[in-house]
Design a protein around this ligand. Structure first.
Ligand code: NAP
Length: 246
């Protein structure tokens, strides 16, 4: 078991990549804190993870709410005594072409993908600095490296995630805290499933492996980066995209 006894918080844990990561971490021996928007969704995932033999609690929280984020870290520390790993995964899309994008579309994506990631990392850093150890892993995207049609807001948010990842790696290294991000390509999750078939076909064809990725492909990356095998990796943006961009 590569994460035996480690305590991990996963945001956006009730769906897609977050769910796959939480399940993989449970199988690798981690104690989990599942964070998501809806209690019913969290309760369902808690039951599934407990069936796998995992130890976990669930917390309903919106990552854009700073007070809630602070509370969730207090609850997690009260339950497990420490936080070793944070998977800063919660994220949304709200697409439109530049000239049609509304202020609401811009604000919603920036709020969750940028401010939410900041809120969670700041709360994590406060605990981890005290501990003098920890790993923070952020959800970036290939769109945060290469941009994408119709995703001004999303590209800006993920570009920001890359910048924050590198800045935090520089700030927190002296406390033995590693900070990295994963930039997934197109992964088959509810976020992508809602896109038109034509767009999905296009995404598939862009991978040199001619398929979309699975949430487990990203969960495997997070497991490696969270584990001691990656103890000398920090400030990195790891692309897991089936060769979509080479
Ligand atoms: P997903 O299936 O939509 O799951 C995201 C989860 O986050 C959902 O359970 C969602 O809840 C939750 N969430 C949304 N806003 C939240 C908030 N404010 N506070 C707490 N939880 C919130 O998405 P995914 O595809 O797994 O994506 C996960 C991450 O990977 C995102 O950051 C995304 O940008 C990134 N990513 C995904 C892909 C891809 O191809 N799928 C590619 C690159 C990067 P609700 O369902 O209730 O809204």
């Amino acid at each position: 078991m590569r994460l035996k006894g480690k305590v991990a918080i996963v945001t956006g844990a009730a769906s897609g990549i977050g769910e796959a990561t939480a399940k993989k971490f449970a199988l690798e021996g981690a104690k989990l804190v599942l964070v998501d928007l809806k209690k019913t969704d969290i309760d369902q995932k808690l039951a599934e993870i407990k069936k796998l033999g995992g130890e976990c609690i669930g917390i309903e929280a919106d990552v854009t709410d700073r007070e809630k984020v602070e509370q969730l870290f207090n609850t997690a520390v009260a339950q497990y005594g420490r936080i070793d790993i944070v998977i800063n995964n919660a994220g949304i899309t709200n697409d439109a072409k530049l000239v049609k994008m509304t202020e609401q579309q811009w604000d919603s994506v920036i709020d969750v993908n940028l401010k939410g990631v900041f809120n969670v990392a700041q709360a994590a850093a406060k605990v981890m600095i005290e501990q003098k150890s920890g790993v923070i892993l952020n959800a970036s995207s290939i769109v945060g490296i290469y941009g994408n049609f119709g995703q001004t807001n999303y590209a800006a948010s993920k570009w920001g995630v890359n910048g924050m990842t590198k800045s935090w790696a520089k700030e927190l290294g002296k406390y033995n805290i590693r900070v990295n991000a994963i930039a997934p390509g197109f992964i088959s999750t509810p976020m992508v499933e809602k896109m038109p078939d034509k767009a999905k076909e296009m995404m598939k064809s862009k991978s040199v492996l001619n398929r979309m990725g699975k949430p487990e492909d990203i969960a495997n990356g997070y497991t490696f980066l969270a584990s001691d095998e990656a103890q000398y990796i920090t400030g990195a943006i790891l692309s897991i995209d089936g060769g979509t961009v080479i």
